[in-house]
Design a protein around this ligand. Sequence first.
Ligand code: PLP
Length: 295
Amino acid sequence: MTDALVLIDPAASTVEAADLDAPQLPVTDLSAHRGDGIFETVLVRLDDADVTVVSRERHFARFGASASALGLPDPDPELWNRALEAVIAKVRAADPLNTEFGVRYACSRGSQNPDGSQSPRGWAFNVPVDGKITRARTQGISAVSLDRGYDAYLGSKAPWLLIGAKTLSYAVNQAAGRYAAEQGADEALFVSHDGVVLEGPTSNLIIRRGERLLTPNPEAGLLSGTTQRLVFDHAGELGLTAEYADFGLGDVIAADGAWYVSSMRTAVTLNQLDGNPIARDEELTSKLQRVIMAG
Ligand code: PLP
């Protein structure tokens, strides 16, 4: 797959093509050793001349909210859209048969200038929909529950924890994924210290109970997902209602279906939690995937 990278200078409002194999980031950049920055990953679907950037606006809105939480300058949607389009154009030109890929865009606080100011810098590049993702879409996944280490609804009392901002500090999320793999599971499921189900390290959880779709309340201490919100916006078309709710691990196991949802995975069935089987709803899985891919 072609590699397409663009560098974004938010202050100058410029987007310029760059070589992904060449060094780009000074080691002094605060994203490199502090994880101090924000990012988004969007799914791009190509069907002949049609290009769908799934939840383009939802991603830009969350990018802006994350910037605000970190005290970074408000991102200009026109600039970031230009970057997104530049990556898409390069991938399409080089690989016309490609039907699906992701674009990851990020804004770092940049390096500290001698006068103490900082110059945020951005970048965007394509990421493949790999075999792990396509397998998960067809076969589903298993998960183990892990204590997130804080009580539900802590975020409003401790805004400095940046719960709900999509920052470049994902070391904990990565470690949770490794821990889950060591336990023989595909994914982790974070649970608050007081027992409220939260999210996966890179996805939200939706469960079905009868004709209701339920997902943990973002205020409980998780990232508000673009995919989850897209599904909720279309729930009526699927004959379902959609609600935020607090629930525990037993509710996930007893559900009529459960899904991990995220931009790249779309919706994947959660088959098993902590070794307990969960009802599979193949028909709704296909419908959810179709609804999400349509953007
Ligand atoms: N929760 C976390 C912690 C994530 O990192 C992600 C996405 O990467 C999600 C949820 C799902 O968000 P989205 O549907 O916008 O991809």
